[in-house]
Design a protein around this ligand. Structure first.
Ligand SMILES: Nc1nc2c(ncn2[C@@H]2O[C@H](COP(=O)(O)OP(=O)(O)OP(=O)(O)O)[C@@H](O)[C@H]2O)c(=O)[nH]1
Ligand SMILES: [Mg+2]
Length: 231
């Protein structure tokens, strides 16, 4: 089974080298989609690529958002012979140590979600306010969408290829948290088996956050849009 990990990056110069190294050691192929990070992340990646034939980089012109980065990455993966396609952040909030466990679970399930909100999962080092927003947001999404996923906004996922082949990727237009919810909801609606693997999510220690209030509002409206659009 051939596995690809897709990582979007924007200003992650402190993290990229280490994450690429750890994933390479574990035998994963890596696709990084960098949005012309002003901090030089793209240049660091270009250097790493010279000696790493498992690393591919897509350089985009400017900051175009997480959603479009992943959609481009999924299409790239489907044009090649990858069986399992993973999504994760560059900032070590998603511990690469979980990936081999996700791979095992993909034998039985079609989507694995690294989940903070199942038994044994959790969040380390987040301020109370952020914990509350995340908890409430996920409860909101689960309630409105009436589907069995506890951590809709997790960006740590593993898909079997056929799931991505059967989702119409051109229809997925949402960004940020909305995008993460939409991918899970569409997977569920297609009848695929989903497993939430408990993870401890660690707050980033390097680099700065890119989330914005706008992204949270978008997700709140998107949940209703999805519910009404996807039957
Ligand atoms: N290519 C690309 N990557 C992005 C963009 N926005 C965020 N990212 C990357 O997406 C991943 C998740 O973004 P984060 O900033 O960690 O978002 P978060 O985890 O919600 O917030 P913090 O961990 O608090 O920073 C990271 O690898 C970012 O570098 C973007 O517009 N384009
Ligand atoms: Mg992060």
């Amino acid at each position: 089974m051939k596995s690809l990990v897709i990582i979007p990056t924007y200003n992650e110069k402190e993290n990229v080298e280490k994450i690429v190294e750890q994933l390479t050691c574990k035998g994963f192929y890596i696709l990084i989609i960098d949005d012309n990070s002003p901090d030089g992340t793209g240049e660091i990646l270009d250097k790493l690529q010279i000696t790493n034939d498992k690393l591919q980089i897509i350089h985009r012109e400017k900051k175009l958002g997480l959603g479009t980065a992943y959609i481009q990455g999924f299409k790239w993966a489907l044009d090649r012979d990858f069986d399992f396609i993973f999504t994760m952040d560059a900032d070590f909030s998603h511990n690469p140590e979980y990936l081999p466990e996700f791979v095992k679970k993909l034998a039985e399930f079609e989507l694995i979600i690294g989940s903070r909100y199942v038994k044994s999962g959790g969040v380390r080092n987040w301020p109370v306010q952020r914990k509350l927003i995340s908890r409430c947001g996920n409860f909101y999404a689960k309630t409105i969408l009436q589907y069995p996923v506890n951590d809709s906004t997790s960006g740590f996922m593993g898909f079997r290829r056929k799931v991505l082949e059967n989702i119409n990727l051109d229809e997925v237009k949402s960004e940020g948290y909305g995008f993460l919810i939409e991918m899970k909801y569409r997977t569920h609606k297609l009848g695929y088996k989903i497993y939430e693997y408990p993870i401890i999510f660690a707050d980033r220690t390097q680099g700065v956050s890119k989330i914005s209030k706008h992204i949270i509002w978008e997700a709140i409206f998107l949940v209703w849009k999805l519910k009404l659009k996807i039957k």
